[in-house]
Design a binder for this molecule. Structure first.
Ligand SMILES: *[C@@H]1O[C@H](CO)[C@@H](O)[C@H](O)[C@H]1NC(C)=O
Ligand SMILES: *[C@@H]1O[C@H](CO)[C@@H](O)[C@H](O)[C@H]1NC(C)=O
Ligand SMILES: *[C@@H]1O[C@H](CO)[C@@H](O)[C@H](O)[C@H]1NC(C)=O
Length: 336
Protein backbone atom coordinates (compact mmCIF):
# COMPACT_ATOMS: atom_id res chain seq x y z
CA UNK A 1 0.00 0.00 0.00
CA UNK A 2 1.34 3.42 -0.88
CA UNK A 3 1.84 6.07 1.76
CA UNK A 4 -0.96 8.04 0.12
CA UNK A 5 -3.36 5.15 0.37
CA UNK A 6 -2.48 4.72 4.03
CA UNK A 7 -3.13 8.39 4.67
CA UNK A 8 -6.49 8.31 3.01
CA UNK A 9 -7.37 5.23 5.02
CA UNK A 10 -6.31 7.06 8.14
CA UNK A 11 -8.68 9.90 7.23
CA UNK A 12 -11.48 7.46 6.48
CA UNK A 13 -10.90 5.72 9.82
CA UNK A 14 -11.02 8.96 11.75
CA UNK A 15 -14.47 9.66 10.27
CA UNK A 16 -15.70 6.61 12.13
CA UNK A 17 -15.97 8.06 15.59
CA UNK A 18 -17.71 6.54 18.54
CA UNK A 19 -21.16 8.00 19.22
CA UNK A 20 -21.92 10.50 21.91
CA UNK A 21 -21.65 9.00 25.37
CA UNK A 22 -25.18 9.41 26.58
CA UNK A 23 -25.41 8.73 30.28
CA UNK A 24 -28.70 9.25 32.05
CA UNK A 25 -29.12 12.66 33.62
CA UNK A 26 -31.12 13.30 36.74
CA UNK A 27 -31.89 16.88 37.67
CA UNK A 28 -33.36 17.14 41.16
CA UNK A 29 -34.85 20.59 41.64
CA UNK A 30 -37.68 22.54 43.13
CA UNK A 31 -37.99 24.39 46.36
CA UNK A 32 -38.25 22.24 49.42
CA UNK A 33 -38.82 18.54 49.66
CA UNK A 34 -41.74 16.28 50.36
CA UNK A 35 -41.89 13.72 53.10
CA UNK A 36 -42.43 9.99 53.04
CA UNK A 37 -46.12 9.00 52.97
CA UNK A 38 -47.19 12.56 52.15
CA UNK A 39 -50.06 13.30 49.81
CA UNK A 40 -47.54 14.70 47.31
CA UNK A 41 -45.69 11.39 47.29
CA UNK A 42 -48.97 9.53 46.78
CA UNK A 43 -49.65 11.74 43.77
CA UNK A 44 -46.19 10.97 42.34
CA UNK A 45 -46.93 7.25 42.81
CA UNK A 46 -50.08 7.67 40.73
CA UNK A 47 -47.93 9.23 38.03
CA UNK A 48 -45.48 6.33 38.16
CA UNK A 49 -48.42 3.97 37.68
CA UNK A 50 -49.99 5.80 34.76
CA UNK A 51 -47.59 8.08 32.87
CA UNK A 52 -45.50 5.38 31.09
CA UNK A 53 -48.63 3.74 29.64
CA UNK A 54 -50.22 7.04 28.78
CA UNK A 55 -47.17 8.19 26.80
CA UNK A 56 -46.66 4.83 25.09
CA UNK A 57 -50.31 4.53 24.07
CA UNK A 58 -50.45 8.00 22.59
CA UNK A 59 -49.84 8.16 18.81
CA UNK A 60 -47.41 11.00 19.53
CA UNK A 61 -45.55 9.04 22.27
CA UNK A 62 -46.15 12.01 24.52
CA UNK A 63 -48.28 12.59 27.60
CA UNK A 64 -48.94 15.19 30.23
CA UNK A 65 -50.67 14.50 33.51
CA UNK A 66 -51.79 16.17 36.69
CA UNK A 67 -52.84 14.61 39.96
CA UNK A 68 -54.14 15.92 43.27
CA UNK A 69 -55.30 19.29 44.47
CA UNK A 70 -53.48 22.29 45.91
CA UNK A 71 -51.11 22.39 47.66
CA UNK A 72 -50.19 18.84 46.65
CA UNK A 73 -50.78 18.95 42.91
CA UNK A 74 -48.14 17.29 40.79
CA UNK A 75 -47.77 18.11 37.09
CA UNK A 76 -45.84 15.87 34.70
CA UNK A 77 -44.80 15.36 31.14
CA UNK A 78 -43.18 12.39 29.37
CA UNK A 79 -41.88 12.12 25.82
CA UNK A 80 -40.35 9.29 23.83
CA UNK A 81 -38.19 9.94 20.79
CA UNK A 82 -40.13 10.16 17.55
CA UNK A 83 -38.47 7.06 16.09
CA UNK A 84 -39.43 4.99 19.14
CA UNK A 85 -42.62 2.93 19.44
CA UNK A 86 -45.14 1.93 22.10
CA UNK A 87 -43.34 -1.24 23.11
CA UNK A 88 -40.03 0.61 23.61
CA UNK A 89 -41.57 3.79 25.03
CA UNK A 90 -43.44 2.29 27.99
CA UNK A 91 -40.43 0.55 29.64
CA UNK A 92 -38.23 3.55 28.88
CA UNK A 93 -40.45 5.99 30.77
CA UNK A 94 -41.06 3.46 33.56
CA UNK A 95 -37.32 2.90 34.03
CA UNK A 96 -36.54 6.59 33.84
CA UNK A 97 -39.10 7.19 36.58
CA UNK A 98 -37.92 4.39 38.83
CA UNK A 99 -34.21 5.21 38.50
CA UNK A 100 -34.78 8.94 38.72
CA UNK A 101 -36.82 8.69 41.91
CA UNK A 102 -34.01 6.73 43.53
CA UNK A 103 -31.68 9.64 42.83
CA UNK A 104 -34.15 12.38 43.76
CA UNK A 105 -36.25 10.66 46.44
CA UNK A 106 -37.76 13.83 47.92
CA UNK A 107 -37.36 16.55 45.24
CA UNK A 108 -40.61 18.35 44.43
CA UNK A 109 -39.41 19.02 40.86
CA UNK A 110 -37.29 16.57 38.91
CA UNK A 111 -36.26 15.93 35.30
CA UNK A 112 -34.97 12.56 34.14
CA UNK A 113 -33.29 12.30 30.72
CA UNK A 114 -33.14 8.59 30.10
CA UNK A 115 -30.80 8.35 27.16
CA UNK A 116 -31.63 8.43 24.62
CA UNK A 117 -35.16 7.52 23.74
CA UNK A 118 -37.24 9.17 26.47
CA UNK A 119 -37.44 11.69 29.27
CA UNK A 120 -39.87 13.01 31.84
CA UNK A 121 -40.31 15.81 34.29
CA UNK A 122 -42.65 16.30 37.21
CA UNK A 123 -43.12 19.34 39.40
CA UNK A 124 -45.42 21.05 41.86
CA UNK A 125 -45.23 24.04 39.50
CA UNK A 126 -47.58 24.01 36.53
CA UNK A 127 -44.81 23.92 33.90
CA UNK A 128 -47.01 22.03 31.44
CA UNK A 129 -49.02 25.21 30.92
CA UNK A 130 -45.94 26.90 29.38
CA UNK A 131 -43.51 25.97 26.62
CA UNK A 132 -40.41 27.22 28.43
CA UNK A 133 -37.53 24.93 27.49
CA UNK A 134 -36.25 24.39 31.03
CA UNK A 135 -33.46 22.17 32.29
CA UNK A 136 -31.31 22.21 29.17
CA UNK A 137 -28.35 19.94 28.95
CA UNK A 138 -25.59 20.49 26.41
CA UNK A 139 -23.78 17.43 25.15
CA UNK A 140 -20.53 17.79 23.18
CA UNK A 141 -18.65 14.79 21.79
CA UNK A 142 -15.00 14.32 22.66
CA UNK A 143 -13.62 13.70 19.17
CA UNK A 144 -13.03 16.05 16.30
CA UNK A 145 -13.53 15.34 12.61
CA UNK A 146 -10.67 15.29 10.14
CA UNK A 147 -12.62 17.45 7.72
CA UNK A 148 -11.95 21.20 7.82
CA UNK A 149 -13.91 22.48 10.81
CA UNK A 150 -15.35 25.47 8.95
CA UNK A 151 -16.92 23.26 6.31
CA UNK A 152 -18.05 20.64 8.79
CA UNK A 153 -19.64 23.14 11.17
CA UNK A 154 -21.45 24.80 8.26
CA UNK A 155 -22.79 21.41 7.19
CA UNK A 156 -23.97 20.65 10.75
CA UNK A 157 -25.61 24.09 11.00
CA UNK A 158 -27.44 23.71 7.70
CA UNK A 159 -28.53 20.19 8.64
CA UNK A 160 -29.84 21.26 12.05
CA UNK A 161 -31.75 24.19 10.53
CA UNK A 162 -33.35 22.02 7.88
CA UNK A 163 -34.17 19.26 10.36
CA UNK A 164 -35.68 21.81 12.75
CA UNK A 165 -37.86 23.17 9.89
CA UNK A 166 -39.15 19.65 9.21
CA UNK A 167 -39.71 18.87 12.88
CA UNK A 168 -41.75 22.04 13.40
CA UNK A 169 -43.83 21.21 10.31
CA UNK A 170 -44.49 17.61 11.38
CA UNK A 171 -48.17 17.67 12.38
CA UNK A 172 -48.13 14.53 14.53
CA UNK A 173 -44.88 14.24 16.47
CA UNK A 174 -42.95 17.46 15.80
CA UNK A 175 -40.06 15.18 15.01
CA UNK A 176 -37.69 14.93 12.04
CA UNK A 177 -34.49 13.24 11.00
CA UNK A 178 -32.01 14.25 8.34
CA UNK A 179 -28.60 13.59 6.88
CA UNK A 180 -25.81 15.34 5.09
CA UNK A 181 -24.86 12.92 2.37
CA UNK A 182 -21.12 12.20 2.56
CA UNK A 183 -19.16 14.37 0.17
CA UNK A 184 -15.58 14.67 -0.99
CA UNK A 185 -14.42 16.36 2.18
CA UNK A 186 -17.28 16.33 4.69
CA UNK A 187 -18.40 12.93 6.04
CA UNK A 188 -22.04 11.80 6.37
CA UNK A 189 -23.77 13.53 9.29
CA UNK A 190 -27.07 12.41 10.86
CA UNK A 191 -29.37 14.55 12.95
CA UNK A 192 -32.73 14.58 14.64
CA UNK A 193 -34.82 17.36 16.10
CA UNK A 194 -37.95 17.11 18.22
CA UNK A 195 -40.32 19.27 20.22
CA UNK A 196 -43.08 18.14 22.53
CA UNK A 197 -45.98 17.49 20.12
CA UNK A 198 -48.31 19.87 21.97
CA UNK A 199 -46.31 22.85 20.69
CA UNK A 200 -47.48 24.99 17.78
CA UNK A 201 -45.21 24.93 14.69
CA UNK A 202 -43.83 28.46 15.28
CA UNK A 203 -43.29 27.83 18.95
CA UNK A 204 -41.46 24.57 18.17
CA UNK A 205 -39.29 26.21 15.50
CA UNK A 206 -38.23 29.06 17.78
CA UNK A 207 -37.55 26.64 20.65
CA UNK A 208 -35.24 24.69 18.33
CA UNK A 209 -33.67 27.88 16.95
CA UNK A 210 -32.78 28.90 20.51
CA UNK A 211 -30.94 25.69 21.28
CA UNK A 212 -29.30 25.48 17.85
CA UNK A 213 -28.01 29.02 18.41
CA UNK A 214 -26.66 27.99 21.82
CA UNK A 215 -24.13 25.56 20.30
CA UNK A 216 -21.00 26.19 22.38
CA UNK A 217 -17.70 27.12 20.72
CA UNK A 218 -16.18 23.96 22.19
CA UNK A 219 -18.33 21.98 19.77
CA UNK A 220 -16.38 23.22 16.72
CA UNK A 221 -15.48 20.25 14.55
CA UNK A 222 -16.87 17.76 17.06
CA UNK A 223 -18.15 14.48 15.68
CA UNK A 224 -21.31 14.62 17.79
CA UNK A 225 -23.35 16.99 19.86
CA UNK A 226 -26.76 18.10 20.94
CA UNK A 227 -28.87 19.99 23.42
CA UNK A 228 -31.85 18.52 25.22
CA UNK A 229 -34.44 20.52 27.10
CA UNK A 230 -37.87 19.73 28.45
CA UNK A 231 -39.57 21.18 25.35
CA UNK A 232 -37.19 20.64 22.45
CA UNK A 233 -33.98 18.85 21.61
CA UNK A 234 -31.62 18.01 18.79
CA UNK A 235 -28.70 15.70 18.32
CA UNK A 236 -26.21 14.98 15.54
CA UNK A 237 -23.74 12.16 15.02
CA UNK A 238 -21.57 10.73 12.26
CA UNK A 239 -23.42 7.45 12.80
CA UNK A 240 -26.93 6.69 11.62
CA UNK A 241 -28.13 6.62 15.25
CA UNK A 242 -31.90 6.78 14.77
CA UNK A 243 -34.32 4.19 13.43
CA UNK A 244 -35.55 4.51 9.86
CA UNK A 245 -34.24 6.37 6.86
CA UNK A 246 -33.44 10.07 7.23
CA UNK A 247 -36.39 12.16 6.10
CA UNK A 248 -34.27 14.79 4.38
CA UNK A 249 -30.98 14.72 2.57
CA UNK A 250 -28.60 17.63 2.12
CA UNK A 251 -25.51 17.66 -0.08
CA UNK A 252 -22.19 18.11 1.70
CA UNK A 253 -20.46 21.46 1.17
CA UNK A 254 -16.94 21.67 -0.24
CA UNK A 255 -17.33 19.11 -2.97
CA UNK A 256 -14.86 19.43 -5.79
CA UNK A 257 -16.44 20.31 -9.09
CA UNK A 258 -14.79 19.85 -12.43
CA UNK A 259 -13.47 23.34 -13.23
CA UNK A 260 -14.24 23.14 -16.94
CA UNK A 261 -17.50 21.25 -17.15
CA UNK A 262 -18.81 22.29 -13.75
CA UNK A 263 -19.97 18.73 -13.29
CA UNK A 264 -20.54 17.72 -9.73
CA UNK A 265 -18.75 15.01 -7.82
CA UNK A 266 -21.05 12.35 -9.22
CA UNK A 267 -19.17 12.62 -12.48
CA UNK A 268 -15.96 14.23 -11.36
CA UNK A 269 -14.53 11.77 -8.92
CA UNK A 270 -11.09 13.27 -8.47
CA UNK A 271 -10.30 14.67 -5.08
CA UNK A 272 -7.17 16.14 -3.71
CA UNK A 273 -6.27 16.64 -0.10
CA UNK A 274 -3.28 18.80 0.66
CA UNK A 275 -2.22 18.68 4.25
CA UNK A 276 0.11 21.41 5.38
CA UNK A 277 1.38 22.47 8.71
CA UNK A 278 2.65 25.99 9.15
CA UNK A 279 5.81 26.26 11.19
CA UNK A 280 6.59 29.14 13.51
CA UNK A 281 8.44 30.80 10.63
CA UNK A 282 5.22 30.64 8.58
CA UNK A 283 6.81 28.41 5.96
CA UNK A 284 4.32 25.73 5.05
CA UNK A 285 5.62 22.25 5.70
CA UNK A 286 3.92 19.69 3.54
CA UNK A 287 2.86 16.66 5.47
CA UNK A 288 1.03 14.87 2.74
CA UNK A 289 -0.89 15.20 -0.43
CA UNK A 290 -3.17 12.58 -1.79
CA UNK A 291 -5.56 12.29 -4.68
CA UNK A 292 -8.45 9.95 -5.00
CA UNK A 293 -9.25 9.12 -8.58
CA UNK A 294 -12.00 7.12 -10.24
CA UNK A 295 -10.28 3.82 -9.49
CA UNK A 296 -9.59 4.77 -5.90
CA UNK A 297 -5.89 5.35 -6.65
CA UNK A 298 -3.85 7.58 -4.42
CA UNK A 299 -0.71 9.47 -5.10
CA UNK A 300 1.83 11.65 -3.38
CA UNK A 301 2.67 14.82 -5.25
CA UNK A 302 5.82 16.85 -5.27
CA UNK A 303 5.92 20.37 -3.90
CA UNK A 304 5.98 21.97 -7.35
CA UNK A 305 2.79 20.21 -8.44
CA UNK A 306 1.11 21.25 -5.21
CA UNK A 307 2.23 24.85 -5.62
CA UNK A 308 0.73 24.89 -9.09
CA UNK A 309 -2.48 23.20 -8.02
CA UNK A 310 -3.09 25.54 -5.12
CA UNK A 311 -1.86 28.70 -6.83
CA UNK A 312 1.18 28.68 -4.56
CA UNK A 313 -0.95 27.93 -1.47
CA UNK A 314 -3.01 31.02 -2.09
CA UNK A 315 -5.49 32.01 0.62
CA UNK A 316 -8.35 32.00 -1.91
CA UNK A 317 -7.79 28.30 -2.39
CA UNK A 318 -7.91 27.51 1.29
CA UNK A 319 -10.98 25.52 2.26
CA UNK A 320 -10.27 25.38 5.93
CA UNK A 321 -8.29 23.59 8.56
CA UNK A 322 -8.78 20.03 9.69
CA UNK A 323 -7.15 17.62 12.08
CA UNK A 324 -4.51 16.85 9.47
CA UNK A 325 -3.56 20.39 8.46
CA UNK A 326 -4.75 23.09 6.10
CA UNK A 327 -6.87 21.93 3.20
CA UNK A 328 -6.71 23.62 -0.20
CA UNK A 329 -9.04 23.42 -3.13
CA UNK A 330 -7.04 22.49 -6.22
CA UNK A 331 -7.34 24.80 -9.18
CA UNK A 332 -6.47 22.30 -11.89
CA UNK A 333 -7.99 19.12 -13.07
CA UNK A 334 -5.47 16.40 -12.35
CA UNK A 335 -6.11 13.17 -14.10
CA UNK A 336 -3.29 10.77 -13.32
C1 LIG B 1 -45.23 5.09 55.65
O1 LIG B 1 -46.31 4.22 55.50
C2 LIG B 1 -45.98 2.86 55.65
C3 LIG B 1 -47.19 2.01 55.35
O2 LIG B 1 -48.36 2.54 55.93
C4 LIG B 1 -45.46 2.64 57.07
O3 LIG B 1 -45.07 1.29 57.24
C5 LIG B 1 -44.25 3.52 57.29
O4 LIG B 1 -43.81 3.41 58.65
C6 LIG B 1 -44.59 4.97 57.00
N1 LIG B 1 -43.35 5.76 57.06
C7 LIG B 1 -43.29 6.95 57.62
C8 LIG B 1 -41.95 7.59 57.65
O5 LIG B 1 -44.27 7.50 58.08
C1 LIG C 1 -39.72 -0.79 18.70
O1 LIG C 1 -38.48 -0.17 19.00
C2 LIG C 1 -37.50 -1.07 19.44
C3 LIG C 1 -36.30 -0.28 19.96
O2 LIG C 1 -36.05 0.84 19.23
C4 LIG C 1 -37.15 -2.00 18.29
O3 LIG C 1 -36.13 -2.90 18.67
C5 LIG C 1 -38.40 -2.77 17.90
O4 LIG C 1 -38.14 -3.56 16.77
C6 LIG C 1 -39.56 -1.84 17.60
N1 LIG C 1 -40.78 -2.60 17.47
C7 LIG C 1 -41.61 -2.42 16.45
C8 LIG C 1 -42.86 -3.24 16.51
O5 LIG C 1 -41.41 -1.66 15.54
C1 LIG D 1 -29.55 28.61 10.70
O1 LIG D 1 -30.63 29.46 10.94
C2 LIG D 1 -30.30 30.64 11.67
C3 LIG D 1 -31.58 31.40 11.93
O2 LIG D 1 -32.44 30.62 12.72
C4 LIG D 1 -29.29 31.46 10.90
O3 LIG D 1 -28.90 32.58 11.64
C5 LIG D 1 -28.07 30.59 10.58
O4 LIG D 1 -27.19 31.31 9.76
C6 LIG D 1 -28.48 29.31 9.89
N1 LIG D 1 -27.28 28.48 9.74
C7 LIG D 1 -26.97 27.87 8.60
C8 LIG D 1 -25.67 27.14 8.59
O5 LIG D 1 -27.69 27.88 7.63
Amino acid sequence: MSAGARLLLAIAASFLSSPLVVADTTLCGGEGTYSVNSTYQANIRRLVDTLPDKAANSPTLFATAMFGSLPDVVYALALCRGDSNASACEPCVATAFRQGLQKCPTATDATFYHYDPCYLRFSNINFIATTINDNQEIRVGSQRVSAPFELFDAAVGALLNATADHAAADPLKRFATGEVVAGDVVPAIYALAQCTPDMAPESCRSCLADIIRRVPSSSTGKTSGGIIGVRSNYRYELQHFFLGNPQLHLPAPGNFNHPETGQSQEVYKTLMFVGLHTTSTHIPRITFAAMKSEGGKCAIFDVQTLQEATNNFHGNNKLGEGGFGIVYRVSHYYNN
